[in-house]
Write a protein that binds this ligand. Structure first.
Ligand SMILES: O=C1O[C@H](COP(=O)(O)O)[C@@H](O)[C@H](O)[C@H]1O
Length: 241
């Protein structure tokens, strides 16, 4: 695991934009397309916005990237809680990614059907390769959840399915999410975490004993791929390393 600490969200987003841009260009020297699973939530907004500006707007071959999502809140696309909507508004529409390169988790059909459909799409992309996504970008909630893998829920124990839907009682909504098994087959996973509200949780996730029931972010341990944490000083405040 590699830890990258920045002063604040702005510096973190600048460092990560440069890092991702280099990584994409490097990977695309050896293969025709780059597959990227995006994160929702509030943390990646500044990163997405930066990527729409120069030099990244021009440097990144946007039409060679195929986009996916790590998880989705099963609310209509028009609802501002919809993770895909946030990424369209801040990144995809702005840089003009072709619609055929964008794979959303559908929220206009039953969540279980959307999960099954998404799993079928992923199997088509990745079944024959050694790895799944070239990049999975993840956030971490203050409670230690990542994707829609929330503490204490059965989804945390999923060992086989790549995509699942379930009703999240605490938020009165369905969630559709990638599971740990498919993310752990990725070539590279990058977490972003900012703010003092995540400091103690981050310490437990990175330096504490393994307890995925309590801290589902600990489930993310790529088997062959790289794992990076980009955090700001406030989030890193309780770390010993
Ligand atoms: O609900 C979600 O939360 C996590 C963390 O969000 P943040 O606002 O703390 O950045 C996010 O990674 C996930 O995609 C989203 O559905």
């Amino acid at each position: 695991m590699e830890l990258h600490i920045a002063k604040n969200t702005q510096e973190l987003s600048e460092n990560l934009a440069a890092w991702i841009s280099n990584y994409i260009q490097e990977v695309l020297q050896d293969q025709p397309i780059f597959t990227w699973a995006l994160s929702g939530g509030s943390t990646p907004k500044a990163l997405y916005t930066l990527l729409t500006k120069e030099p990244y707007k021009l440097m990144i071959p946007w039409n060679r990237i195929h986009f996916f999502w790590g998880d989705e809140r099963a609310v209509p696309f028009e609802d501002e809680r919809n993770n895909a909507r946030m990424a369209y508004e801040t990144l995809l529409d702005v840089v003009g990614v072709p619609s055929e390169n964008i794979n959303v988790m559908r929220t206009d059909i039953e969540p279980e059907a959307a999960a099954a459909e998404y799993e079928a799409i992923l199997k088509k992309y990745f079944e024959e390769g050694d790895t799944t996504f070239d990049l999975v970008l993840l956030g971490m909630g203050d409670d230690g959840h990542t994707l829609s893998l929330f503490p204490g829920l059965p989804i945390v124990h999923e060992k086989k399915a790549w995509v699942k839907a379930f009703f999240l009682k605490a938020q009165d909504m369905f969630r559709i999410t990638l599971t740990a098994p498919v993310v752990n087959e990725a070539a590279c996973v990058v977490f972003m975490a900012t703010g003092s509200g995540k400091a103690l949780t981050l310490k437990s996730v990175i330096e504490g004993d393994f307890d995925a029931e309590k801290y589902p972010s600990q489930l993310i341990r790529p088997q062959e791929g790289e794992l990076h944490w980009f955090v700001d000083e406030a989030a890193a405040g309780a770390l010993e390393m």
